[in-house]
Design a binder for this molecule. Sequence first.
Ligand SMILES: N[C@@H](CCC(=O)N[C@@H](CS)C(=O)NCC(=O)O)C(=O)O
Length: 200
Amino acid sequence: MQLYISPTSPYARKTWMMMLEKGLAEEVEIIAVNPWQSPPELTSKNPLSQVPVLAISPDQCLYDSRVICTYLDGLRREPALIPPNGMERVVILRREALADGMSDVAVATFFARKDNGDNPDTPAIKRQLGKIEAALKVMESEVPLFDGQLDLGTIAYGASLAYLDLRYGALQWRDKAPALATWFATIAQRPAMVTTAPPA
Ligand SMILES: N[C@@H](CCC(=O)N[C@@H](CS)C(=O)NCC(=O)O)C(=O)O
């Protein structure tokens, strides 16, 4: 299998971390591409020219990141990173949705700010930044529920918070979410987080 990633993508990082935590490193080749240049090796696999894509055979490619994570978790029983059913499962999937939603806002706003040149923070952008802060507040409130657990939800939180570190240093998210910051300091040390860090 080949996992197509971009080193800065929080969605790609989430899937890559899932793959490593599932113990599948030997079975997956990592291929870095620039999705913004629409390279044929990517568009032939995902018409949206987005990473991540998991090519599982010449005629079977999976996207987006949520589909890939579900697929990877099903490949091996242990460690189970997505509960099989019930409320337990949907809570983890909802956490993934919150993390991905925060990344959606953060990625789009990063590029919109660049396009706005000297006047980056229009009212529309301020509204988007407010969503990041609102998402952080919910994540902060959930830290006591994590109980040291590693699952798709906490992996997704880790990947999206790391993206804030990459692109939104000035936001100083740790000041707004101190419990989350303490939790993140621990997950940031996991080999899966270290291996998937974008080059400095
Ligand atoms: N919902 C998708 C989002 C993927 C996505 O937006 N990836 C970005 C990189 S952070 C991308 O490849 N963008 C290139 C483009 O949209 O042209 C997922 O979860 O995989």
